[in-house]
Design a binder for this molecule. Sequence first.
Ligand code: MSP
Length: 517
Amino acid sequence: MTAPYYITTPIYYVNDKPHIGHAYTTIACDVLARFKRLDGYEVKFLSGTDEHGQKVAKAAADNDLDPIELCDKNSNNFRELLATLNISNDDFIRTTEQRHKSACQALWRKLSDKGHIYMGKYSGWYAVRDEAYYDEAELTQSPSGDHLAPTGAVVEWMEEETYFFDLSKWQDKLLAFYDSNPDFIGPQSRFNEVYSFVKGGLKDISISRATFSWGIPVPGETKHVMYVWIDALTNYLTALGYPTLKDDYAKFWPVCHHMVGKDIIRFHCVYWPAFLMAANLMPPKKVYAHGWWTVEGQKMSKSLGNAIDPNHMVAEYGLDQMRFFLMREVPFGNDGDFSEAAISRRINGELANELGNLAQRVLSFIAKNLDGVLPEARDLTTEDKDLLNSCHSLVVLCRESMDRQAFHEVIESIWSVVRMANVYVDMQAPWVLKKTNIRRMETVLYILVEATRHIAILMQPFTPQAMSILLDQLSVPDDDRMFTSLGEGSALKSGIKLPVPHGVFPRYIAKSEERTR
Ligand code: MSP
């Protein structure tokens, strides 16, 4: 039986245009989903848009639109972005869909029936930008006198009658859950952060709003809509058919993995497991929080107008080049800085010079000197065996790093073989062997093709389009591109004809350089 795997992106607020930060989470999930599929898992991969709440209502009003008009338009931007980024999601959820409304109301009823919801009066600080409540102790003051949340969002004092969830009762159960599931939150630093937050004590949270109506109505209520986060988090269950707990729920919920940015960890690691436990459901298996991107050293902001549009990035650098850069540049979990210098270094230094050049050198040499026919490998030397052994053991290393969401380590392991293969070409010098020892030249070329095959199969999750072209150039049949085809068992047969090769990773020439040429 194939093992299931469920991976989710956060659902994106539709008040904003997609930027590099949204692309980052989504690409990371796509890499995981593709890796797991290639490794034989049955994957369900969910993304979507978060369409209710005060922030979206305000954005619609600012644009003289009905909220749903704004949602339809902007949700589509995110859906299109997924296509542009070659994302392999199986479902796209919108929180304004009927299936979601039913799921949220069912969850609410369950919490209410079990006595976890009560009516009370809320007074405290709320940040519309974050759609989050903050404690007074967490706030700072801006030079203009505004109160600011730790995220920099302006908070306002709110007083209203709302429904509450009895979060304070869940402190011990949450701590016990973290203790018995030390891998629940990654990386470790975020685990510690959440743990000490919960240890510090929890207050009941307000989960409804009556001052605006753009939300899912609280069942049996005319005035209150649900707090946007209880609505948003439930999307992960809606997509599995909740409240009818059928096959998808039984199969995928126990292996659910949420990928989120570091700013929304409290919602996913504290509120969400508490809601679920209160409804007698299992918390998700894992939440991984990644870092944030700045641009040329600066925080992205509307006022600076420096948010990077992923569509422009794709047009400028190429899709696979951008995907590679985002997964390669910083250890996943840390913050990163996007700059033109950094991405062109990665494209030219690694994709073009190291991987692209390796493949092109080997394949064009075979095309020119052997009429494109894959030669035979005979009498392997220690160097040949070393390179092949490194290829054969690569998947184990990659799997281990991928299970810790250490994307940069996966690429680093693959790259150690790319570099090893480049050293091997230089040392074996097939262009010299061509004049001195054809038999040996053939062996060297065969070994290099096998090394390239391993690299291309393992790089598919990161740079799927380029690797599909490269695997075509290696004449690897579609059915032999899964990880089960790594190793000697599915090695290419000598005597096959390889198509005429062409480079897969061109060098990037910056616009500024182009002008000075
Ligand atoms: N709607 C909520 C999520 C609900 S999930 C049940 C939300 N949406 S968001 O559109 O504001 O953010 C979506 C994701 O983008 C978050 O994971 C956030 O961390 C990520 N990023 C936003 N800006 C970012 C960067 N500058 N860098 C990296 N990721 C960033 O929060």
